[in-house]
Design a protein around this ligand. Structure first.
Ligand SMILES: [Zn+2]
Length: 154
């Protein structure tokens, strides 16, 4: 990052364009941006109105009602145990305008939704959890992204 900034400074001093360097800086920020989007999604997830769920096994059913209610996307639960919930999501805000347009992401792109899923499930279950996008449609070329929600054991 600092290398890009000093390069930018040099370009400014030499009266050259810095357009490409701005894109470079954005890419270098990738991981920090992911964390920021996750945080943002998580904060949003925790203020949505969800039901308190006593049994972990009942969480998938409630997710299937909450996700469409807030127009977050189309959800398919693929696996659910006491420790994890795996699901597919499509039509969500991070990817819906990009999918099918030949834009490929290198990493997992939808950290906003991952954070939101974690926030929603935490709110429902009152237990800490973490969510991760395990396969992004923008990477795989599929139309759905796959997420895994993991309950943290104390
Ligand atoms: Zn994705």
């Amino acid at each position: 990052m600092s290398k890009i900034l000093s390069e930018m400074k040099k370009h400014l001093e030499e009266n050259k364009e810095i357009g490409d360097l701005k894109v470079g800086a954005l890419l270098a920020l990738g991981h920090q941006l992911e964390a920021i989007f996750y945080y943002l999604g998580h904060e949003l997830g925790t203020i949505l109105n969800v039901k308190r769920i006593k049994e972990v096994k009942d969480i998938p059913e409630e997710l299937k009602s909450i996700i469409p209610k807030y127009n977050i996307g189309d959800i398919i639960i693929t696996e659910s145990t006491d420790e994890i919930i795996s699901l597919k999501l499509k039509g969500h805000s991070s990817s819906k305008d990009l999918i099918g347009k030949d834009i490929k992401s290198k990493g997992n792109f939808c950290s906003f939704e991952a954070g939101m899923l974690a926030g929603i499930v935490e709110r429902m279950s009152n237990a800490h959890c973490f969510a991760q996008e395990v396969n992004c449609g923008l990477q795989t070329g599929g139309e759905a992204c796959e997420f895994m929600i993991v309950f943290q054991k104390d």
